[in-house]
Design a binder for this molecule. Structure first.
Ligand SMILES: [Ca+2]
Ligand SMILES: [Ca+2]
Ligand SMILES: [Ca+2]
Ligand SMILES: [Ca+2]
Length: 406
């Protein structure tokens, strides 16, 4: 038994020999999964935008998903992916999520449509239609991340009174389970971040999203931790926020302690709850005289603490406020306000933070759908106007570009 004594050279050699024989003979090296949003697999996130009002295959408002490849100069060419058989008024692309579902080195996209969910595969030339699933709801909220840590991106999509979990694999996404908490609107607003701090992404889900004429409803925010066996409500925990009119959620590590903090956008306030691992702090409250519409979180300043970007909408003017992450949450006042846009552009109606430029520093991507159907997407390097790039579709007419980003 001395063979196994700690520090025994013979023991170490035997253990090494066992490890060698235990390795599966046919273990082919797996491809490294693509960075989320890197459709063409070149190491830079691409600009992925929904265009749910685009005419496709002669069908009005069929919708599409548009990709501009990222780089120091974002590609001029818009690569447009439609359903295999476009359907009029299907509005494909109103909601999007991206991850490398089949782990082939190209990030894939899942997109909502009317009573349908459509999956596209990434490739060196753009997105290709892969498959679609009939769906009980339209414009289904969805998110993607590798929740079980097997290297294949997974996805969650709100269904009818439940959240449906799709597991990634060599053949792409397959339905693997459902999450319920008794609320009909469970999953009405979704976010992803490592709230628990174990280096795995967790799912954050609200019970209700306000829609005219209901200003508020039964609210609860639930954190469903990612784990090697996937997402399960068995390990979930939740809290009741101070406000019931939660329009958007975001999760990211604002405080720099390794746990993603949870941010809620409501009618007049943004609530910042620091993650405590299995619960959250009392919220820091940011008040607005206009409507804080939607959120994004990412480390734009590169100091290890994520920043919070808040889209604010007034009657005919929109802007984006950036709040710097601090040990206690975020700064009380915005550290930067992006408001050079003209009136009625809808600037910030969708927000996304990823490294599009390719310098390993996250950039802010902002949709500007406009009110005259001149939709654009703006890429603001590290959240600055310096180096701003704008992309739009060359087609005329209402195309809905700028309302949705992953
Ligand atoms: Ca790319
Ligand atoms: Ca892929
Ligand atoms: Ca996975
Ligand atoms: Ca934190």
């Amino acid at each position: 038994m001395t063979l196994w004594r700690k520090g025994s050279a013979a023991g170490v050699a035997l253990a090494a020999a066992i490890a060698l024989t235990a390795a599966p003979a046919d273990a082919a090296p797996k491809k490294r999964p693509a960075l989320p949003g890197d459709v063409n697999g070149d190491g830079r996130a691409d600009v992925i935008a929904g265009a749910h009002l685009l005419k496709a295959g002669g069908k009005a408002d069929a919708g599409a998903v548009v990709v501009w490849f990222g780089g120091a100069k974002v590609a001029a060419k818009a690569r447009i992916a439609t359903s295999s058989k476009p359907v009029a008024k299907e509005n494909l692309g109103r909601v999007l999520a991206t991850a490398d579902f089949d782990r082939d080195g190209y990030s894939d996209v899942i997109a909502s449509a009317r009573k349908k969910v459509v999956v596209f595969r990434g490739s060196s030339t753009g997105l290709k239609f892969a498959k679609s699933f009939a769906w009980p709801i339209t414009n289904a909220p969805m998110k993607a991340a590798d929740f079980d840590g097997d290297g294949y991106g997974d996805a969650v999509v709100r269904g009818n009174g439940e959240i449906v979990v799709f597991k990634g694999g060599s053949k792409g996404l397959t339905k693997s389970g459902t999450l319920k908490n008794g609320a009909a609107g469970f999953g009405a607003v979704l976010a992803v971040g490592d709230v628990t701090g174990d280096k795995r992404p967790d799912l954050v889900a609200a019970n209700f999203r306000p829609a005219y004429p209901e200003p508020a409803g039964p609210q609860r925010v639930t954190v469903i931790p990612g784990s090697a066996s996937g997402l399960s409500t068995a390990r979930a925990w939740s809290f009741e926020p101070a406000r019931r009119d939660v329009f958007d959620l975001a999760a990211g590590d604002l405080s720099g302690d390794g746990r993603a903090d949870i941010v809620l956008a409501t009618g007049e306030q943004v609530l910042v709850h620091r993650s405590l691992g299995t619960g959250v702090s009392t919220p820091q409250t940011l008040s607005f005289s206009n409507f804080p519409g939607n959120l994004a979180v990412g480390d734009l300043l590169g100091d290890g603490r994520a920043e919070l970007a808040v889209h604010v909408a007034a009657d005919d003017h929109d802007w984006v406020e950036i709040y710097k992450g601090t040990a206690g949450g975020v700064t009380a006042e915005p550290t930067r306000t992006l408001q050079k846009e003209n009136y009625e552009t809808g600037f910030g109606a969708s927000l996304h933070i990823s490294d599009v430029v390719g310098d390993k520093k996250p950039d802010l991507v902002a949709g500007a759908p406009g009110v005259y159907a001149v939709g654009r997407v703006h890429v603001l390097p590290k959240g600055n106007y310096t180096g701003l790039q704008r992309r739009e579709l060359s087609t005329t007419g209402a195309h809905g570009l700028g309302f949705s980003l992953p």
